[in-house]
Design a protein around this ligand. Structure first.
Ligand code: ZN
Length: 71
């Protein structure tokens, strides 16, 4: 399972289209930690590609829109 699929599952979306429809106009977007074994999720700027993970203490968070290649 990719990080994007995991993020969709955690946020309760069945596919990417649903997530995009729910988030495309918002100023925040769900983001997930890219580190192996960490699935920390929080809201971040939609174009965030190196956000701070509270669990790992690394800049490893990527927003769903970045993962999806929309931005
Ligand atoms: Zn993490």
């Amino acid at each position: 399972m990719t990080k994007l699929q995991k993020l969709l599952e955690i946020e309760g979306y069945t596919n990417l289209t649903e997530l995009l429809a729910a988030n495309i106009t918002d100023s925040v977007c769900p983001a997930i930690c890219m580190n192996e074994g960490c699935n920390y999720v929080c809201e971040m700027e939609p174009d965030q590609d190196r956000g701070w993970c509270e669990e790992c203490h690394t800049n490893s968070m990527k927003a769903a829109l970045v993962l999806a290649g929309v931005i």
